[in-house]
Design a protein around this ligand. Structure first.
Ligand code: NDP
Ligand code: HSE
Length: 597
């Protein structure tokens, strides 16, 4: 336990009014849990590390939280820009100097927003002017005093991830100002406070706040750190002004690394330490398939060699992939070779039901965890495979089987745990939605289908896509989670979009075509499910799922609705969901933290 210090730092009294605030800033109540994630320059070290930040955002999104991301500048950008200013003049004008340095955060935030969108999550980039973040005092070490949180609230309620550059604000006259050292951390806390966020996590390159250099022998991590100890700590992982701000507003600050399940928490109460824990070890992995999705997942895994030891990759034709891997010897054609190195995790991305089903069963039977995106297999055999996994103590995760990176299964599971679900309605197939939107823009059916195949949205054999069966399989998986009883695929009434290849009659004015999957329960509790082409009003949630986007509307018994949306097909959105599942397995296989003695 840390000893009480003689020179206790001065702590602000909680909940005093904002100093020098020129206008009242309304705190907003939002419907959902909001988390603010702040990525520092050590996390956004260079463009290659942005994907890691995106995975962290997705981890929160799939837990049902609404996310606001605050970005620092990438790597050494701030220092480089300051040096550049110094090369131009030794007496820089503060506003111009601040504007130049703020470019670093604007640049990184824009890149992060683009990457979040590419991974399938709807993302909106806002800038400090749009949230009217006002500051007072020294233009390069200013204090934030007010902001308008309503644009953020609007976007998060609409289901968008909000991305903001940290560090910068505007003074009374509208000039750019900087929040000084630790400025992006302060932006994150300030925004979290004004958005009513339940959590504010400062994501660092260390997995928490330590009592000594984390690399030194015997350094111990704080589970909890009092405001006073945080301010007095020589480590200064978070600047004192930020801790003081948190203390004043009775906020907790989480300090942790990417993927951390046990960040240090700065807040009220006594400080406590945890014993050092074992370094994570890489998990032995066998990959089945290296195509559209497998290729994306492989890229993510290769960038995390501390967690993934990829032993085997099963494909039909290794020669197609030899130049895509540094070590082509891991490619194999023989299904038995998959188990040669005793994998702890099998990632199934070959599709189909016969070989995939056989290999998954063998893996689970050995107690090996499985991650799959195979809705055809899970709709047919999911109940049996899950029972086998439970018996053998293995994990079987299939998030990507429905909705690409739209966390539909997670949302329905979460809602079903506490509320009555009355009905489900959604656009669940990216290929058909893409074709319908392309046809509305005057493409021919066959051209649009070929383009969907080229973009990697369609199944290897697109019959299930255009016939509505892919959407029906996904609907079965959602119904199972919503209402428990297994819904056989053939109990779904299905019509596809193939008829449009011959004849695409005009759709009523003010409407667009969507292939809609619907399910509800009748008075006896029986599930009624169907997939059909429908005209839906322009501007409706179903119509606003464009191209390969998917959307699910969950109608609840209390009259409320929950809507989840994003990209439902394609390499990166699907790989994001698969990788989130593999990360969950890897975390489950790591040793747990032990409390300090
Ligand atoms: P691809 O056709 O792009 O890739 C399939 C991969 O599996 C290829 O590497 C292929 O190797 C290998 N493979 C296929 N059959 C065999 C076999 N019998 N033996 C050995 N290797 C085999 O498919 P996707 O990546 O698009 O899809 C994979 C899975 O993900 C499917 O279950 C699909 O439904 C699901 N999914 C796909 C989404 C998408 O947007 N594409 C979205 C959500 C889920 P080779 O090239 O040598 O034949
Ligand atoms: N072929 C599927 C689709 C892939 O187009 O939606 C995503 O599951």
């Amino acid at each position: 336990m840390p000893r009480p210090r003689d020179n206790q730092p001065h702590l602000p009294e909680p909940n005093r009014p904002e100093p020098r605030a020129r206008r009242v800033t309304e705190r907003l109540t939002v419907e959902h849990d909001v988390v603010v994630l702040k990525f520092g320059s050590s996390i956004l070290a260079h463009e290659g590390t942005i994907a890691d930040a995106v995975h962290e955002v997705y981890r929160e999104v799939r837990s049902g939280r609404r996310v606001v991301v605050v970005c620092s500048a990438m790597g050494n950008t701030t220092d480089d820009l300051a040096k550049r200013a110094g090369e131009i003049t030794d007496k820089p004008h503060p506003a111009a100097y601040a504007a130049l340095l703020a470019v670093g955060e604007s640049h990184s935030a824009a890149q992060v927003a683009l990457a979040i969108d590419a991974a399938g999550m709807p993302a909106i980039l806002l800038d400090p002017a749009q949230i009217d973040l006002r500051t007072h005092g020294d233009p390069v070490n200013a204090e934030p005093v007010s902001m308008d949180a309503s644009p953020i609230k609007r976007e998060i309620e609409a289901g968008n991830v909000v991305v903001l550059p940290g560090f910068a604000g505007r003074d009374e006259r509208g000039f750019t100002t900087l929040l000084g050292r630790g400025g992006s951390d302060l932006t994150a806390l300030f925004v979290a406070h004004h958005c009513g966020a339940t959590r504010c996590r400062l994501v660092k390159d260390v997995d928490g706040w330590y009592d000594a250099d984390p690399k030194s022998a015997g350094a111990r991590k704080y589970a909890h750190l009092s405001y006073a100890d945080a301010i007095a700590s020589p480590a200064q992982i978070v600047q004192s002004k930020c801790v003081e701000y948190a203390c004043k507003h009775a906020m907790v600050i989480e300090v942790g690394a990417l993927g951390s399940v046990a960040p240090s928490v700065v807040g009220e109460g006594e400080s406590t330490l945890v014993a050092p824990h074992a370094t994570p070890r890489p998990v032995r992995v066998a990959m089945l398939g290296l195509g559209t999705v497998g290729g994306g997942v492989m890229r993510h895994m290769l960038s995390a060699p501390d967690r993934y030891d990829i032993r085997r990759v099963l494909v039909r034709d290794p020669s197609k992939y030899a130049d895509k891997l540094e070590d082509a010897s891991i490619l194999c054609q023989d299904a038995d070779a998959v188990f040669a190195d005793d994998p702890e995790l099998v990632v199934e991305l070959i599709g189909g039901t016969s070989l995939a089903g056989d290999l998954l069963e063998r893996a689970l039977d050995r107690g090996c965890s499985v991650v799959t995106a195979n809705k055809a297999l899970m709709a047919r055999d999911g109940v049996r495979l899950r029972a086998l996994a439970d018996t053998r103590g293995a994990k079987l995760l299939d998030s990507a089987a429905v909705g690409g990176s739209v966390p539909m299964l997670e949302a329905v599971r979460r809602l079903a745990a506490h509320r009555e679900i009355v009905s489900l309605a959604g656009v669940l197939n990216g290929t058909t939605n893409f074709i319908l939107d392309q046809m509305a823009r005057d493409s021919r059916y066959d051209e649009a289908l070929a383009e969907a195949q080229r973009l990697g949205f369609a199944e290897a054999d697109p019959t299930a896509d255009v016939g509505g069966f892919d959407a029906a399989q996904k609907l079965c998986l959602l119904c199972r989670v919503a209402w428990d009883p297994a819904l056989p695929e053939d109990s779904v009434e299905v019509t596809g979009i193939e008829s449009l290849a011959q004849n695409a009659p005009d759709v009523d004015r003010g409407h667009v075509r969507r292939l809609v999957a619907r399910a509800s329960r009748n008075g006896d509790g029986a599930v009624l499910a169907r997939v059909a082409l429908e005209p839906v009003p322009e501007g409706s949630e179903l119509a606003r799922a464009h191209d390969e986007q998917n959307v699910l509307i969950v109608q609840l018994g209390d009259g409320r609705r929950e809507v989840v949306k994003g990209r439902g097909a394609g390499r990166w959105p699907t790989a994001e969901a698969v990788f989130a599942d593999t990360e969950q397995v890897v975390r489950a296989l790591q040793p747990r933290l032990a409390p300090a003695q």
